[in-house]
Design a protein around this ligand. Structure first.
Ligand code: NAD
Length: 716
């Protein structure tokens, strides 16, 4: 053994070939944390000092190669001044350079996932052999960053500007074949041949059959193309990236600009430019939010893991009551992820529609080659449509998704419970009815909870698991596990009107109503909120949700929180409702919906909306962007704080993730609570005070005032 550390070891194999192995002790994967970087540096020093080493292969002791940098270390590091972040990159790069400059040939054997820093490590080798199982990429842009361990320098010099721009700016994860095609890999072999292939390549270098120094030299020099061609390549890539990423995601464009800036430089100068650029993007609010999002996602997964540990039962057979929009979607999702499901309705025609919807979704997947015919047949056969309770005695979980009517739901729940075996879990997909009230209908409320899916079920990642006062930990555990098995991201919440997501969404719609009352143009509001980052503005969103659904849910919220959510005037949404403009479902709401040439529904401006609103809303008035954003976002953010204050949701991370997964809160803003952090809690409270005259939804909750007084934030 030439070197042995806590994450890297170097062993001399036969013929003077050393194996540098990444194997982070006490972890299931390799990552570049501070310790690993330090260890890597020592390993390189040990190789340099050993005269017997004639060549090096780099391997991993895990099933992955290296998953990337340790993102948990980013939060603190990114608080440092820009200059210090750049220095940190440069000191890390010294290690990669020292490795690249070893006087012997180096070959990386990439066995599995090599992302971010993992791939940058491989790029600092002379050659890369990939296993057919390898997955490689530079996904830093997804965190609002770009590669900072030499990726923007080495990749374009190895594979050209066009390819490098695509790999870096799109942040994709690629299979070995694609890496070979684009020149990131030099060879792809079967997993069992990987190490031998890497050794063979080192030997060919030693025998002079391959000129590894020439290959290495490409990475040390400026880009090869003449300046004009380079400029054209950067311009084309830049235009494409600007169009795709948009102004809310600056990292991809910053990566292209950085590559262009250092194109004419040698490696060491170029790395300085990269480090400066990296430090700059690391300080953007987008990077803070997206890194925070990654960590919040992990926190939610940990919280769910803790729930599951409290006694999740295995769901071998599920059932859904109702074959409508939601029931059909739930049946499809459960079956396609491997849990067979019985779909019960009271009407044959509904069952037929439910099955048609499922087969339609499967056919689309088949067309896109995501599944094959066998998978389609298997999925369809594991949805069993029925009009009676025949096999309900074998069912582990039942999700009720019948019409949104408390009386009907209570009757259906009581009737279903009588058919179930001991310990089976019963859940309701209600969007507005109290879980505690529905629980009154069942004999075993401990086995009952809410399981709130979002429409369309196959697309929307969130499922709210609603714990009633009497719901047992085991019931929550089983539903969390079942939701995960269905490929969803569950968030556990306590019962209250609107649960978490709708409770937070409806004050936002409330703010929208007040703004229109005061004279704003709904189209202008939509434009501002879409520019802010929402996938659709509030008027369009109400049309998609359904104006009737929106009006009904708003009434439930007003009853539940009259002090804040009874607004005391007829809002624009109610005017739409009274004129039977229900949104996309009948092709008329705030907007009109018409089919385009490809048969897809398109939103069209409808002047009659303004005629209908006249007399109900204030005289048209211009509002600046800042005010529109404040008037809509304050109610949403304050209500999220209240949910935390009232213990409806367990943590800030879960609250933020639920809003991102559930209603498409702009990810680069990190969620309502991180958005408050980005403004500053104190400044946000001042903003609330400025608008408090508009009503209770604008008042700062006590929790925020306390945090402001103590100078605290949600995410530290
Ligand atoms: P839907 O009207 O499309 O479907 C309801 C189905 O239930 C119909 O097929 C009906 O025949 C069936 N049904 C009625 N009584 C029944 C009974 N006794 N036994 C079995 N089936 C019965 O409604 P939907 O939009 O699918 O909504 C269902 C539930 O999901 C509601 O509680 C709703 O609030 C909730 N939800 C809906 C959405 C949405 O966007 N549509 C989103 C989240 C939650």
């Amino acid at each position: 053994m030439i070197y042995s550390g806590p994450s890297v070891s170097v062993e001399l194999l036969d013929d003077g070939i050393a194996e540098l192995k990444f194997d982070l002790q006490g972890e299931s994967v390799n990552k570049f944390d501070r310790g690993t970087l330090e260890d890597f540096g020592k390993a390189v020093d040990a190789i340099k000092a050993n005269q017997d080493v004639k060549g090096v292969i780099v391997t991993s002791g895990k099933s992955v190669f290296i998953v990337g940098a340790d993102i948990t270390e980013f939060t603190d590091m990114f608080k440092l001044p820009e200059e210090e972040i750049a220095q940190w990159c440069l000191s890390a790069n010294k290690v990669f350079n020292a490795f690249e400059d070893l006087p012997v040939p180096t070959v990386c054997a990439v066995n599995g996932i090599a992302l971010g820093g993992g791939l940058e490590m491989a790029l600092s080798c002379d050659f890369r052999v990939l296993s057919t199982k390898a997955q490689v990429g530079l996904p830093e842009v997804k965190l609002g960053l770009f590669p900072g361990f030499g990726g923007t320098v080495r990749l374009p010099r190895l594979i050209g500007v066009d390819n490098a721009a695509e790999w870096i700016a799109a942040g994709g994860q690629h299979k070995a074949e694609r890496a070979l095609k684009d020149g990131v890999a030099d060879a792809v072999v079967a997993p069992e041949q990987l190490k031998d292939a890497a050794i063979a390549l080192v030997k060919e270098c030693l025998e002079g059959k391959i000129d590894h120094l020439a290959k290495r030299q490409e990475k040390l020099e400026p880009l090869k193309l003449p300046p004009l061609e380079n400029m054209m390549a950067f311009q084309t890539s830049g235009a494409m990236v600007a169009q795709q990423a948009g102004r809310n995601y600056p990292a991809p464009m910053a990566a292209i600009n950085t590559m262009q800036q250092h194109a004419g430089m040698n490696r060491d100068q170029a790395l300085e430019v990269e480090a400066k650029g990296f430090a700059k993007v690391a300080k953007t609010p987008q990077a803070t939010a997206l890194v925070g999002l990654f960590l919040a996602d992990q926190a939610v997964k940990r919280a769910n893991g803790a729930h599951i540990k409290k006694g999740a039962a295995e769901v071998k057979q599920a059932a859904v009551l109702g074959a409508g929009i939601m029931g059909g979607g739930i049946a499809y999702q459960s079956a396609s992820k491997g849990t067979p499901i019985i779909m019960k309705d009271i009407a044959d025609s509904a069952l037929e529609l439910g099955m048609k919807e499922a087969s339609g979704l499967l056919e689309r997947q088949l067309k896109r080659k995501r599944i094959d015919g066998a998978k389609m047949a298997k999925t369809l056969s594991s949805i069993r449509p029925t009009l009676n309770y025949g096999d309900f005695g074998n069912v582990d979980v039942v999700v009720e998704a019948v019409v949104e009517n408390e009386k009907v739901k209570k009757a259906v729940l009581a009737e279903t419970e009588a058919e179930l075996k001991d310990g089976a879990v019963l859940a309701s997909n209600t969007s507005t009815i109290s879980i505690n009230r529905l629980a009154e209908a069942v004999k075993k409320p401990e086995n009952f909870a809410g399981m709130h899916f979002f429409n369309p079920v196959h697309m929307m990642p969130l499922v709210e698991i609603i714990r009633g006062e009497k719901t047992s930990d085991e019931t929550v555990a089983t539903l969390v596990k079942y939701a995960q098995d269905m490929g969803k991201n569950p968030v556990v919440v306590n019962d209250c009107p609107g649960f978490l997501v709708n409770r937070v969404l409806f004050p936002y719609f409330g703010g929208f109503g007040i703004l229109l009352r005061d004279g704003a143009d709904f189209q202008a509001v939509d434009k501002v909120m879409e520019k802010f980052g929402w996938p659709m503005g509030p008027a369009y969103l109400l049309d998609v949700v359904g104006i009737d659904t929106g009006v009904h849910a708003a009434a439930v919220m007003a009853e539940g929180f009259p002090e804040r959510m009874q607004y005391g005037f007829k809002d624009a949404t109610t005017v739409m409702y009274e004129n039977e403009r229900y949104g996309q479902k009948n092709d008329k709401g705030f907007y009109k919906y018409e089919l385009d040439k490809r048969g897809r529904k398109q939103k069209v401006v409808d002047e009659t909306t303004y005629e209908l609103l006249a007399g109900h809303v204030g005289e048209r008035k211009e509002f600046d962007e800042e005010e529109i954003i404040a008037r809509l976002m304050i109610p949403m953010c304050t209500e999220t704080v209240r949910c935390l204050e009232d213990n409806i949701v367990g943590s800030a991370a879960e609250a933020d993730m639920a809003m991102i997964y559930g209603i498409g809160f702009p990810p680069f803003r990190g969620g309502p609570l991180r958005y408050i952090d980005s403004i500053g809690v104190k400044a946000f409270v001042e903003l609330c005070d400025k608008y408090a005259h508009l009503g209770g939804i604008y008042e700062a909750p006590q929790m925020l005032r306390d945090m402001a007084a103590k100078d605290e934030s949600f995410f530290g």
